[in-house]
Design a protein around this ligand. Sequence first.
Ligand code: DGI
Ligand code: FE
Ligand code: FE
Length: 249
Amino acid sequence: MITQNTMDNQTIEIRKQLKKKLDPMRFEHTLGVTYTCQALAMRYGYDLKKAELAGLLHDCAKHFDDDTMLLKCLKRRIPVTEGEEREPSLLHAKLGAWYAREKYGVEDEEILNAIECHTTGKPNMTLLDKILYVADYIEPGRYKAERLYEMRKLSFIDLDLACFSIMESILNYLESTNCVIDPTTREACEDMRRVVEEKKVQPFPPSENVTKQQETPTTIKKEEPLVKSVKRNGKTRRRSSGREKRRRY
Ligand code: DGI
Ligand code: FE
Ligand code: FE
């Protein structure tokens, strides 16, 4: 069932709490992600209330420093992977899901899972996982993310393709730096590549598409190539995005 009444007491209370805990920029980002989650939920036929809660709470543990996050995870027996131990900032997603359940009273597993995987993604992402992952990248307050204009437009045309393109672009960036890459970040990207490739091989005819939640790439008229190529020494190569700026605000 699609819930329409989203601005209820729970939402108002969560907003109040988050406004106190998060710094003003993070709070604004949170609201941006929330509205974008709801817009994508409208586009792809998902529950607006659940999309709202996922957006509101996705960064609710972002204000802790690395050591505090590690300690909190150990104390609460939240499993920490080797990648997370080396890059504890990734833990804000897992810890956020814990806070969403224990402190903000969210019981819905779909919402908690979406919060938990919002930074790295994961294989077999659900519709809400993808909505949150994409919204986090394209929300209106972002301005440093790579190919934002293109990604914002694509997100409302083909969510899978947008999700894959964002993952690929983040992975390219991470590979261009010396930072630790969690295996889940790579696995998520490879899985979305497979999903996008499979849709290309087995497209639904547009007439059968009306009941589907997402359009297939074959029904889309693209104005720009998604993967930009450059010619060098007579050979066509993919343009490296690794040198472009990391998304920060
Ligand atoms: O919390 P936000 O800043 O809104 O965004 P986020 O939760 O997506 O996480 C911030 C960064 O984490 C983002 O720039 C991409 C990065 N990231 C994703 N996977 C990995 C990663 N960073 C490292 N070091 N390793 C990863 O595997
Ligand atoms: Fe985050
Ligand atoms: Fe975020």
